[in-house]
Write a protein that binds this ligand. Structure first.
Ligand SMILES: NC(=O)c1ccc[n+]([C@@H]2O[C@H](COP(=O)([O-])OP(=O)(O)OC[C@H]3O[C@@H](n4cnc5c(N)ncnc54)[C@H](O)[C@@H]3O)[C@@H](O)[C@H]2O)c1
Length: 353
């Protein structure tokens, strides 16, 4: 694997969350010194709680506060920044749209402004979403030039963050800038260690654990399911390629599975029954809130320019995910951090083949 991150300081926002905790572990495995910045530990249980020993600095701060990033960049001088901190749940965005817009747009703006004013050299990867795209309910995967939009507040906030990033990128970070910037859009990500509300896998795990039947809203919705390690590996490759100037500054990339791997929510729920004994589900009868029915990403650009593709097929996605939770809840299982470490090692082995 790449030596680029060895002994380099990497700032990861959202490190207490699902994806941030896994990304922190992957980069730690590559030798980086990780500075984590988040406001809270957001779920109980929490993957982060089991891996928090890996952080060189573990900061609690609200990214909506203007000078947070200026101070962190001045103090730790990170060579790489991965910005994942966000209010990331669609249902929560209906309950508190203001907070969702505030963290997802002002938080991003604060980071960009701090980068604009800083004197350091840094490569930053900003994580938005497949939901940034204006939803056209089309039968092809979205590609990077498609129009940005977003109906629900979460999607709107991610679309708005994209406009802010694009404006800063074009106005302040030309190809010669000391700041190298990339945007990563990924879709529905699953894996061990997620206990968020209103996401299929955590909801299924809770139902399975409590011997309950899972109610699913929108079982016919199609999503580009992928294991969490796949897009995170893409983010790492994006950072490497930006840093090495192998791709243009301010590049935007989709990270999704092949369209053939897209599956309906109900297919995933059925598939879970192969691996989780006694798991069952039924269709939610309550009124559904708006969520796009069909979302798929065209990741040809990442395939070609970053030599990236998903390494786990749909069956492996379900197998690796359920194996993680089974180990977590088993009396005789491995230590959680060791099990996560094992999956990362297995993933890196696949990546080297
Ligand atoms: N999980 C997915 O399927 C998915 C899909 C597409 C995009 N994303 C994006 O990836 C990123 C990470 O998603 P996740 O699933 O790990 O989310 P998560 O909800 O598990 O974690 C969110 C993290 O952001 C932090 N955070 C939230 N608001 C903050 C604030 N105001 N100040 C400081 N920290 C704050 C939380 O403390 C937490 O560490 C998000 O930007 C999300 O929008 C996730």
């Amino acid at each position: 694997m790449s030596n680029l991150f060895k002994n380099k300081t990497v700032l990861i926002t959202g490190h207490t969350g699902f994806k941030g905790s896994w990304l922190s572990m992957m980069l730690k495995n590559l030798g980086a010194e990780i500075v984590g910045l988040s406001n809270n530990t957001i779920t109980t249980p929490s993957h982060y709680e089991h891996i928090k020993h890996i952080f060189s600095h573990d900061l609690r701060a609200n990214i909506e506060e203007k000078h947070i990033f200026t101070k962190a960049i001045e103090k730790y001088n990170p060579k790489f920044i991965f910005h994942l901190a966000a209010q990331a749940i669609v249902s929560a965005s209906y309950k508190d749209p203001f907070q969702t817009f505030s963290s997802n747009t002002i938080g991003t703006l604060n980071l960009l402004e701090a980068l604009r004013l800083s004197l350091s050299k840094c490569t930053a990867v900003l994580i938005t979403s497949d939901k940034s795209y204006k939803n056209l309910e089309i039968n092809r995967g979205y590609h990077e030039e498609d129009v940005i939009g977003g109906i629900d507040p979460y999607s709107g906030s991610k679309g708005a963050a994209e406009l802010i990033i694009s404006s800063y990128a074009q106005s302040f970070f030309p190809s010669t800038a000391r700041i190298r910037l990339g945007v990563a859009r990924a879709g529905n990500v699953v894996g061990g260690g997620d206990w968020s509300d209103n996401r299929l896998i955590p909801d299924a795990i809770r139902a399975w654990k409590n011997n309950e039947i899972l109610s699913i809203r929108n079982p016919k919705s199609t999503r580009p399911w992928q294991h969490v390690l796949d897009p995170l590996y893409g983010y790492i490759k994006l950072a490497e390629n930006l840093h090495e100037k192998l791709i243009p500054n301010n590049s935007v990339f989709n990270f999704g599975p092949p369209i053939s791997e897209s599956a309906k929510v109900e297919d995933i729920a059925d598939h879970l029954m192969d691996y989780l004994e006694s798991f069952s589900w039924r269709r939610e009868t309550e009124k559904e809130f708006f969520e796009s029915k069909l979302l798929a990403l065209d990741s040809t650009k990442a395939n070609k320019m970053l030599n990236w593709k998903t390494l786990l097929d749909l069956d492996e996605v379900i197998e690796w995910t359920t194996a993680w939770y089974k180990n977590f809840y088993s009396q005789s299982g491995m230590k959680t951090s060791d099990f996560s470490h094992l999956q990362i090692s297995q993933y890196f082995e696949k990546a080297q083949k």
